[in-house]
Design a protein around this ligand. Structure first.
Ligand code: FAD
Length: 468
């Protein structure tokens, strides 16, 4: 193999591997450096995929216990085999990471195994497990090194008792009592998993609401639903200390308003307070500009402050830390390197929480529009009035469509529904095409589907829903 490439991508997460495939499709001689044993980054190995596997299995387990009987499905002696459930998760991860390996071979992408560092704008050094360094020349470099779990200054994650999401995906026993620090999507998805499998779960959140950044109506409704499911919340509370005594953790926290101090003992603490970008020493040494959040600054072409060095995904200062955002950036940057008009629309980027029911949003929230002084109208439709949701006993939640007061253009949609994660794609597409609420209201939706609630919410923008 000669060591000269058109593009070398560092990191094989959803940003990096998708970028590599698009580069190869565009005719570039492409290599992707990955220091982990398997391809696919956080998403496939310890993020989206393993968490969704456990969410799916734990939901079926919960339904088998709580709901099957009412449907006339009589199963007795339902038992949990956690190690089998974990093995099933491992199998899914392995299948998908092998899938990326196959796609690399198919597209003739060279997988460089080891830790990549940038020597200069045309040289990448790869250090393999044995410490051997190999130098590669390239016309372009794409940094897609992703992120790792963040913690709080006073908390040291040991991945045994005090864990990050990585540790919470591989518990060998069900924790009797689990404290989750952080009420964002990762904390709440994993709270759901372990609650369904038998843990007593308490979430401590610094803000006075959960899922920061999402619509406040949705946040309030979601909190009620999770409370009903038996997850406890301590909102508006700051964790001040987590200490380990024997095999237990002691968590101290203080209410921000009342200043009341509390202390709880538990078996495991999950720290889910966000993620920090992976900026290695070489990046700082080269003088690539980093913002005050520790993310690489890029322009609209994903160029860093150094020519020919691009960056995408969780490591950059644009958009949410989500896999599909990284993928879209990976495609865009490959096309930009090829002289095409690669582009990512950050205004239409769906976000989903894969609990039961699911939560999804795209575009702006009411709070954002108020801040931006944009006048809007709202249409809401509850799933209690949707026939398919009723048939399936999935009546929790609603669809909320926000449209411009004058033009009726859809500005944002938020929803809670059993299938919100799937339904949000329709709204993302509508928004990409600049649809009005009226366009959605006049689009024929199949009956009986949860999606009819989308049409009804669009009709409700004009105060004419049929079934509510
Ligand atoms: C528990 C959990 C659940 C999640 N669920 C979802 C979800 O449902 N949907 C969603 O959209 N997002 C989800 N995410 C977020 C998602 O995983 C990330 O946004 C996404 O993986 C970011 O992709 P990336 O390509 O930027 O980097 P990453 O996936 O972080 O991959 C970066 C890769 O680069 C490698 N690397 C780093 N430095 C070097 C180096 N110097 N040399 C070689 N290799 C290097 C790393 O080993 C890693 O494999 C979840 C995250 C977590 C933790």
């Amino acid at each position: 193999m000669d060591n000269n490439f058109d593009v070398i991508i560092i990191g094989s997460g959803p940003g990096g591997y998708v970028c590599a495939i698009r580069c190869a499709q565009l005719g570039f001689k492409t290599a992707c450096v990955e220091m982990r044993k398997t391809l696919g980054g956080v998403c496939l190995n310890e993020g989206c995929i393993p968490s969704k596997s456990l969410l799916n299995s734990s939901e079926i387990f919960h339904k088998a216990q709580e709901e099957f009987n009412d449907l006339g499905i009589e199963v007795s002696n339902i038992k949990l085999n956690l190690s089998k459930m974990m093995n099933n998760k491992k199998k899914s991860v392995l299948t998908l990471t092998k899938g990326v390996e196959f796609l690399f071979k198919k597209n003739k992408i060279i997988h460089l195994k080891g830790k990549g560092s940038i020597l200069d704008r045309n040289t990448v050094i790869v250090t393999d497990d044995s410490g051997k360094k190999t130098s590669y020349k390239t016309k372009n470099i794409v940094i897609g090194t992703g992120s790792t779990p963040a913690s709080l200054p006073e908390i040291k994650i040991d991945e045994k008792i005090i864990v990050s999401s990585t540790g919470a995906l591989i518990f060998e026993e069900i924790p009797k009592k689990l404290i989750v620090i952080g009420g964002g999507y990762i904390g709440l998805e994993l709270s759901s998993v372990w609650k369904r499998l038998g843990s007593k779960v308490t979430v401590i959140e610094f803000l006075d609401h959960i899922i920061p950044g999402m619509d406040k109506d949705i946040s309030a409704e979601f909190l009620k639903i999770l409370n009903k499911q038996g997850i406890d919340f301590k909102l508006d509370s700051k964790v001040t200390r987590v200490s380990i005594v024997k095999d237990k953790a002691i968590v101290d926290f203080t209410n921000n308003k009342s200043k009341k101090r509390e202390r709880v003992e538990c078996d495991k603490v999950l720290v889910a307070v966000g993620r920090k970008s992976n900026i290695s020493a070489d990046i700082s040494k080269l003088g690539i500009k980093i913002d005050d959040q520790g993310k690489i600054k890029v322009n609209e072409k994903f160029e860093t402050s150094i020519k020919n060095i691009y960056a995408i995904g969780d490591v950059i200062d644009k958009g949410p830390m989500l896999a599909h955002k990284a993928e879209d950036e990976g495609i865009a940057v490959a096309e930009i390197i090829a002289g095409q008009a690669g582009h990512v629309n950050y205004d239409v980027m769906p976000a989903v929480i894969y609990t039961s029911p699911e939560v999804a949003m795209v575009g702006k929230t009411e709070e954002q529009l108020k801040k931006e002084k944009i006048r809007y109208k709202v249409g809401k439709f509850p799933f209690i009035a949707n026939s398919r949701a009723k048939v399936n006993s999935e009546t929790e939640g609603f669809v909320k469509i926000i449209a411009d007061e004058k033009t009726d253009k859809v500005l944002g949609v938020s929803m809670i529904s059993a299938v919100a994660g799937t339904m949000i794609a329709e709204l993302a597409l509508a928004m990409e095409f600049g649809a009005s609420a009226e366009d959605i209201a006049r689009t024929c939706h199949a009956h009986p589907t949860h999606s009819e609630a989308v049409k009804e919410a669009a009709m409700a923008v004009d105060k004419r829903p049929i079934h509510f």
